[in-house]
Design a protein around this ligand. Structure first.
Ligand code: SAM
Ligand code: ZN
Length: 283
């Protein structure tokens, strides 16, 4: 019995190129995608396209991190960030926009943008299989595919109106190639004040490098010019379980044990959320 592709994936096929030979485009072949030369890629039963075959990804969240992220995001504590991302996207995108979310995780921000743009469609890329299972179901207009941001994207050039990069690794040259000339890149990253109270109690938590902004600017500058930056900063109460998830969903999880967390006497009663969201136009 042939498995049907999720409708959102079917409607994204015009964006995709064969990751092996680069041919534009891929066609459905039972529960797989196939290029005209015969390279095939499975569509997982969870609904995402397994385009990343044969190569080991350099990074990606494991199942425990994704579960923690999913639980934490469902508290709504980052909803103000999602609202700002959605507003920035809506301010610059046409009604029928194509939105590509790179390092999409569970697809939380992509879903927020698609809700704001009722005629838009989305595609989330991530290396984490566990994250992609959620991303493939996060919104009826969102498709998801396994891909490593550090490799040339399996996407045709000039197809995206919006590229989102929220707390995720970046590939400026590929962002530029896949965006239309009228498209926009939206990058969200933490400031040095983000979760400062939690970092103060947990020295092993990954610190935010003060030179990060400069590095971001240097990396993007050959390809993009910043047009608008929104600072999203607010205090939020934090329960112990939320603090545990907040640590467990970040790379700090590898350096901080549950015992460290308990010893630190968490949580602080409130933490500061502090991020910058910038819209860039291609040069
Ligand atoms: C901090 S999480 C952010 C996820 C999502 N954007 C959000 O904010 O909820 C970083 C994401 O990047 C993904 N990631 C890490 N390395 C990657 C790579 N080389 N290519 C694609 N995704 C990657 C991780 O699996 C994870 O989902
Ligand atoms: Zn091919």
């Amino acid at each position: 019995m042939p498995v049907l592709l999720p409708p959102a994936l079917e409607q994204s096929l015009d964006l995709l190129c064969c990751p092996t030979c680069g041919t534009h485009r891929l066609h459905p072949d039972r529960s797989a995608l196939r290029c005209p030369t015969g390279h095939t890629f499975d569509v997982a039963r969870h609904g995402y396209a397994s385009l990343l075959t044969g190569n080991r990804a350099t990074s990606g969240d494991d199942a425990a991190m994704v579960r923690a992220r999913d639980r934490f995001l469902s508290t709504g504590m980052y909803a103000p960030i999602r609202q700002v991302v959605a507003r920035l996207a809506a301010d610059s995108a046409p009604e029928q926009a194509t939105v590509v979310d790179v390092g999409c995780g569970t697809g939380y921000y992509l879903a927020g943008v698609l809700d704001q743009l009722p005629g838009a469609r989305g595609l989330g890329l991530d290396t984490s299989v566990r994250a992609l299972r959620s991303a493939a179901r996060v919104h009826e207009r969102a498709a998801a595919a396994a891909w490593d941001v550090f490799r040339p994207f399996p996407l045709a050039g000039g197809v995206a109106d919006v590229v989102l990069d929220v707390f995720a690794p970046r590939n400026p040259a590929e962002f530029h190639r896949v965006l239309r000339s009228t498209g926009r890149l939206i990058v969200v990253r933490p400031t040095g004040r983000h979760l400062a109270e939690l970092r103060g109690q947990l020295p092993a938590m990954v610190t935010i490098d003060p030179a990060k902004e400069q590095r971001l600017h240097r990396a993007l500058d050959p390809f993009f010019e910043a047009t608008v930056t929104a600072r999203v900063e607010y205090p939020t109460p934090l329960a112990k379980l939320e603090a545990l998830d907040l640590v467990a969903m970040t790379p700090s999880a590898r350096h901080v044990s549950r015992a460290d967390l308990n010893d630190a006497g968490l949580p602080p009663d409130r933490v500061t959320v502090s991020v910058l969201a910038t819209t860039y136009q291609p040069r």
